[in-house]
Design a binder for this molecule. Structure first.
Ligand SMILES: Nc1ncnc2c1ncn2[C@@H]1O[C@H](COP(=O)(O)OP(=O)(O)OP(=O)(O)O)[C@@H](O)[C@H]1O
Ligand SMILES: [Mg+2]
Length: 234
């Protein structure tokens, strides 16, 4: 579903990601881990077509994100690090706006809004202004807009950021339920979250891949703990 080849991004003299190579299979949930500044958001912005790479390429479902952006983007639901919410809109109004941007129309707009709000537990807040929602519920609106239109690939940049432990567990459970039918990449700083819901983990550090493997094998998990502790202590 995702093919990344020698993907590199430089901001002036700073190398944010350095010749990344990886693939994500259809239906896989990939946990994208790394300390602050590792390059997670940069990678996700490139995969979603928001940022051009300095070199290298990325394909989504076989479509190059820069040569064929419409075909690629049509297949992606994206939760950016800072979701572009309009605080003066209601949850319903905002989701209807995003649904139309995604090309949905007519009765499909309402049915999709109802579906995604149920999926992220937003139904009781649906007629409130985004402005008045708590941070966790605003985050849920961000996730809900990514789910609109049921895209096969979800790229979620820190989807559990700002959520309380109960909401965290709920959102993780919901994301886990998307696996199989959807391909998901989610970034987080929390290793247990990755272990709870992901089949695979990719750790980056200073723009380079330091681990990419399937979760499950005890030896790998122990190595993962050690790698992650070492990186975050640096
Ligand atoms: N617009 C920008 N201009 C210059 N440098 C940038 C820009 N955006 C990111 N960087 C740099 O690129 C590197 C990777 O940043 P990125 O935001 O991808 O990290 P991250 O893994 O998402 O970190 P975090 O966990 O803090 O969200 C950092 O060194 C950062 O300072
Ligand atoms: Mg980030």
């Amino acid at each position: 579903m995702i093919e990344v080849e020698n993907l590199t991004k430089r901001y002036r003299d700073r190398v944010a990601i350095d010749a990344l190579n990886f693939t994500v299979a259809k239906g896989e949930i990939l946990g994208f881990l790394g300390p602050n500044g590792a390059g997670k958001s940069t990678t996700m912005k490139i995969l979603t077509g928001f940022l051009p790479p300095t070199s290298g390429r990325a394909k989504i479902a076989g479509f190059d994100i820069f040569e064929n952006p419409l075909e690629a983007k049509r297949r992606i639901g994206y939760l950016p690090e800072t979701p572009p919410l309009y605080p003066e809109m209601s949850v319903r109004g905002y989701l209807a706006f995003v649904a139309r941007l995604k090309g949905l129309g007519g009765a499909k707009v309402k049915s999709e809004i109802d579906r995604v709000c149920a999926a992220v537990g937003l139904v009781p807040e649906i007629d409130r202004l985004i402005l008045n929602l708590s941070k966790g519920y605003r985050q849920r609106v961000g996730i809900a807009q990514a789910l609109l239109g049921d895209p096969p690939l979800l790229i979620l940049d820190e989807p559990t950021e700002g959520l309380d432990p109960k909401q965290r567990a709920e959102v993780l459970g919901m994301i886990k339920g998307l696996g199989g039918r959807h391909t998901v990449i989610l970034s987080t700083h929390i290793l247990p979250e990755v272990k709870a819901i992901c089949e695979k983990v990719l750790i980056i550090h200073r723009g380079k891949i330091v681990a990419h493997d399937a979760i499950g094998a005890a030896a790998f998990e122990q190595g993962l703990d050690e790698t992650f502790i070492r990186l975050t202590a640096e």
